[in-house]
Design a protein around this ligand. Structure first.
Ligand code: ADP
Ligand code: MG
Length: 260
């Protein structure tokens, strides 16, 4: 199973959209895909019309009583999407309180990778949508994934968030004593605005090596797909946004092959 994490400590930069778009494109060519919602806001869970507070099991429950060790428990919590070969591991609002409940306990950083090891033969790809906070959930995502995608909105204010994300990443990886390939992905790019162009230039200057050399453009069809609860490619297979995500997918897969 390939495991990718989509992270940035800033909200509204396209994390959930990227998770859904990439997962949909993988599934479209027949891969079995698991999308994981680690964000207490649960945007990914509600994207597919699941109500987070219906009381079902969620990622939250993995952290207690070693529930992650039970493959059937993990399988039992998964939710459907608009494609048969994609499931969602749902979030719940209780996730917001996880930090205070587990802080100081040992082994809490490896819960998600433990749970995914139970599903190793069920899926070809898992993509993790992470919360915009440095905490136990982001640590779990970084520990579980083999590649990191950092969507960054092409506007000046987002650049500070990017610096913070890269700093956090380096700090966490140092403490985990591991390396992790990461790719910064410029999102919500509007070529008509000077702000987008300037921000992209600045990103190139500061992060040239890790920056994807294309962009995800502003495309309202991505928003429409989310309003309908379907994958972007199901709504508009040749739209600008979907085409850009197809290119991104190709880049990420090349990196996966190079790293394995
Ligand atoms: P995050 O998960 O980082 O908070 P989202 O993926 O939820 O960000 O995106 C924030 C908002 O912007 C959502 O309403 C989403 O539909 C919209 N959006 C994301 N990417 C694009 C894009 N490329 N073009 C237009 N709208 C987008
Ligand atoms: Mg989100």
């Amino acid at each position: 199973m390939h495991i990718w994490s989509v992270s940035n400590q800033k909200g509204g930069v396209g994390k959930t959209t990227s998770t859904v778009a990439l997962g949909g494109l993988l599934a479209d060519r027949g891969e079995r895909v698991l999308l994981i919602d680690l964000d207490p806001h649960g945007s990914l869970t509600s994207y597919f019309r699941h109500d987070m507070d219906r009381g079902g099991k969620s990622v939250y429950h993995l952290f207690f009583d070693k529930q992650w060790k039970d493959a059937d428990f993990v399988r039992g919590m998964l939710k459907t999407t608009s494609m048969d070969n994609v499931q969602v591991m749902p979030s719940s609002t209780s996730l917001a309180a996880l930090e205070s409940k587990v802080s100081g306990q040992e082994g809490m950083g490896l819960v998600l990778s433990g749970a995914l090891s139970r599903l190793w033969d069920d899926y070809d790809y898992a993509i993790i949508d992470t919360p915009p906070i440095l905490g136990v959930l982001l640590i779990n995502a970084l520990a579980a994934c083999q590649q990191l995608v950092i969507p960054t909105q092409t506007e000046h204010l987002a650049l500070k968030g990017l610096e913070r994300m890269v700093y956090t990443l380096k700090m966490v990886l140092r403490s985990q004593q591991r390396q992790l390939p990461y790719r910064i992905v410029p999102t919500l790019f509007d070529r008509r605005t000077n702000a987008s162009l300037m921000a992209l230039k600045e990103m190139r200057r500061a992060h040239g090596n890790s920056l994807w050399d294309e962009v995800i453009p502003v495309d309202t069809r991505l928003r429409d797909a989310s309003a309908e609860g379907v994958f972007p490619h199901q709504m508009d297979p040749d739209g600008r946004g979907v085409r850009a995500y197809r290119h991104l997918l190709r880049t990420l897969e090349q990196a996966s092959v190079a790293g394995s």
